[in-house]
Design a protein around this ligand. Structure first.
Ligand SMILES: [Zn+2]
Length: 329
């Protein structure tokens, strides 16, 4: 490896130290309920051209090793569907393969079409998704929804494609992974109209208002709020406000799912631990979940009543239990 100067920290920094709260072997395993593994790996390859991990399996085995990453829910949301899903999903079918290829990690996936790509949705894409839904490692439909921040597809088409996917997912009894941004009113109206109250719903990478979260949690008893590293960003106060609201209402357990949305949303507090790192890591990955959990615990403690002391591990436990309820992972 050359010693050329660059603002990108060397790849060894992706092999994180243990989170300070997780020194003992009893620490709760990590479950990442929303990650984009193929794009995480390709970001890795493009940032580290001479990087030592040649395959996605090498990357997972080495980078997640020793961090107790127990399970991930990988997300496919492109149109047309990325055909590589089958190779990864098939390679997680037997316990022997999971040990050998994945280092013991439980690989699961969801599939749908992202609102950005709604204009590319068609019968062929839908047929491919329906085929994937029958795979034993598939645990949900998504991410799908509405994104009025970027408006990469026309809003009428976003809504039409969202509704069409919801109808299939509900008919199949598949849990829903929802992406919504600056589209509260329409997302709420559509979900309430097309999805039964007791259906399992994950509002992923939550950044919308605390009021909206409260209404949705109230209406849908099996709805969970997805928390990524975005909760640590100064530009986003909503997500912390949602946690404070839940903790103050003594809603124990917190109805949250922990996720990375990797390769995006590296938790900013990770640099408290990585003091020697100059610059910023170019990608996030599943072993970063404890830093997000630490932030959640601190925020929850600001408003929790007496006797409800949160810490990183307790948040990780809640996240893990909720992941089981939501996706069965
Ligand atoms: Zn995502």
């Amino acid at each position: 490896m050359g010693k050329k100067k660059s603002s990108t920290p060397s790849e060894q920094h992706l092999l994180l130290p243990q989170h300070p709260s997780r020194s003992d072997a009893q620490a709760t395993p990590i479950v990442d309920t929303h990650t984009h593994l193929i794009s995480t790996f390709s970001t890795y390859r493009s940032k580290y051209k001479e990087g030592k991990f040649a395959t996605v399996y090498d990357f997972v085995r080495e980078v997640y090793k020793d961090h107790g990453v127990e399970a991930i829910v990988d997300v496919y949301c492109e149109a047309p569907v990325q055909k590589q899903w089958r190779e990864l999903a098939d390679s997680a079918l037997s316990e022997d393969d999971r040990k050998l290829k994945w280092g013991g990690l439980d690989y699961w996936f969801v599939m749908g079409v992202h609102p950005h790509e709604a204009k590319e949705y068609n019968d062929d894409v839908e047929r491919d998704i329906l085929e994937a839904m029958a795979h034993p490692r598939c645990v949900g439909w998504g991410e799908m929804g509405l994104d009025y921040h970027y408006d990469n597809s026309p809003r009428e088409i976003q809504q039409e494609v969202f509704i069409r996917q919801l109808q299939h997912a509900v008919r199949l009894g598949k849990p829903l992974t929802i992406h919504t941004r600056e589209a509260e009113e329409d997302t709420e109206r559509i979900l309430k109209q097309y999805v039964p109250k007791d259906h399992r719903i994950h509002i992923h990478c939550y950044t919308d208002s605390p009021e909206w979260a409260a209404r949705m949690l109230e209406h849908f008893p099996n709805l969970y709020i997805g928390i990524t590293g975005v909760i640590t960003y100064a530009t986003n106060l909503n997500t912390s406000a949602v946690i404070r609201q839940m903790a103050a209402a003594a809603q124990t357990p917190l109805r949250i799912l922990l996720e990375t949305d990797a390769p995006y949303m590296t938790p900013s507090n990770i640099y408290n631990t990585l003091k020697d790192v100059k610059g910023r890591l170019p990608l996030s990955h599943s072993a970063m979940i404890p830093w997000t959990a630490e932030w959640v615990a601190d925020v929850a403690n600001e408003s929790a009543g007496d006797g409800a002391r949160w810490d990183t591990d307790k948040v990780m436990q809640e996240g893990r239990e909720n992941a089981k309820k939501m996706y069965g992972v």
